[in-house]
Design a protein around this ligand. Sequence first.
Ligand SMILES: *[C@@H]1O[C@H](CO)[C@@H](O)[C@H](O)[C@H]1NC(C)=O
Ligand SMILES: *[C@@H]1O[C@H](CO)[C@@H](O)[C@H](O)[C@H]1NC(C)=O
Length: 185
Amino acid sequence: MAIWFITLTLLFSSVAAAENPDFYEYISPSSLGLKKEKLLHLHFFFHDVSSGPKPTAVTIAQAQTTANSSSFFGLLMIADDPLTVGPDPGSKLVGRGQGLYGFADQKEVALAMLFNFVFTEGKFNGSTLSLLGRNLIFHDERELPIVGGSGVFKFARGFAHAKKYSLDTKTGDTVVEYNFYVFHY
Ligand SMILES: *[C@@H]1O[C@H](CO)[C@@H](O)[C@H](O)[C@H]1NC(C)=O
Ligand SMILES: *[C@@H]1O[C@H](CO)[C@@H](O)[C@H](O)[C@H]1NC(C)=O
């Protein structure tokens, strides 16, 4: 009798749960394999080449008024830029910086950057960090927010310090030294 009662109760409560499931629950970080949060420093060089037969950054749109804007306001580019350990583009490749940048300031040259950095080395292979921020590209040093990540970088947050390594003022081709400081698990 008692067994039947328990069985029926379980049956009805699981039916009720299926009909009216909760869409949320609180879980422990360890249930996702998250352990201790660590602070990581990454150092690499970013090669953005818009000139020549094999550009890594291309224009995808611009406004009619962009041609008359001293800050290139309205120009939108997309890039797939190699990331290397040294300033030489032939040095070891560790990932790629892929994203959109738009010239988003009417007075000075300032980009709105929406970038995913995908790494290809060692334990970071396939993991990404997402950067979203304002980039004053003609300043020698800039700071940009890192807003998230995937793979080993789940729950990542931090900032990127960008420093001009070289800039060809005729073509706009540039090498940027990046230091990323990222909290992740
Ligand atoms: C750009 O400036 C030129 C010269 O001042 C002008 O003739 C032209 O209409 C302007 N173009 C746009 C799209 O504003
Ligand atoms: C990174 O992962 C890809 C795809 O899983 C694999 O083909 C490649 O060999 C890996 N590279 C390194 C350096 O581990």
